[in-house]
Design a protein around this ligand. Structure first.
Ligand SMILES: [Fe+2]
Length: 199
């Protein structure tokens, strides 16, 4: 079985301050993301034993565990490199800027839609920008927990974690303020590279 590993952050823990505090980044990356990696590995190991040794497992529960934790791992692995140290007036360039103009009618209207989707996730989840290759279009997607069932043929380009563990220590219950500030740390070069590979 191929084990999943926690990817290293592409910057230091305090690199996103003051938008996201060092304390949040340490907990979020080292504890929460590591937890998803560990639990996804445990589910994969159980399935391996079920297949090879006939271990008696609850297949339904194990597959649910795997889906939840593996998706958690995948989304966080996109979320970290999607960010970089903050800049004011942080805007996209390259192909992604053109596509955002084409599909959303401009950066401001994209930002509005993505922010509204992220702020209104019921409970915990994610706001995503995806490329839907079935219809060759950019879409904003709202995800509850880590469930990616919505659009099967899509690739995640930009992910915003709106679980409380991503902001509560610093922003308390003000998810909206966290989302508004988060735009300063988006690494648009990374988003552009992800999209360019797909076109
Ligand atoms: Fe998270």
């Amino acid at each position: 079985m191929k084990k999943l590993e926690l990817p290293k952050l592409p910057y230091s823990y305090d690199a996103l301050e003051p938008v996201i505090s060092e304390e949040i980044m340490r907990l979020h990356h080292d504890k929460h993301h590591q937890g998803y990696v560990n639990k996804a590995n445990a589910a994969l190991e159980k399935l391996e034993k079920f297949r090879r040794e006939g271990l008696d497992i609850d297949v339904r529960a194990t597959l649910r565990d795997l889906s939840f934790n593996l998706n958690g791992h995948i989304l966080h692995s996109i979320f970290w490199p999607n960010m970089e140290p903050p800049t004011e007036d942080n805007t996209p360039g390259g192909v992604v800027a053109d596509k955002i103009d084409e599909f959303f009618g401009g950066f401001e209207s994209f930002k509005k839609e993505f922010s509204m989707a992220s702020k209104s996730v019921e409970g915990v989840g994610w706001g995503l920008l995806v490329w839907d290759s079935s219809n060759e279009q950019l879409l904003v997607v709202q995800v509850e927990k880590h469930n990616l069932a919505h659009i099967s043929n899509s690739s995640v380009l930009l992910a915003l974690d709106v679980w409380e563990h991503a902001y509560y220590l610093q922003y308390k219950n003000e998810r909206g303020k966290y989302v508004d500030n988060w735009w300063k740390v988006v690494n648009w070069d990374d988003v552009d590279k992800r999209l360019s590979k797909l076109l």
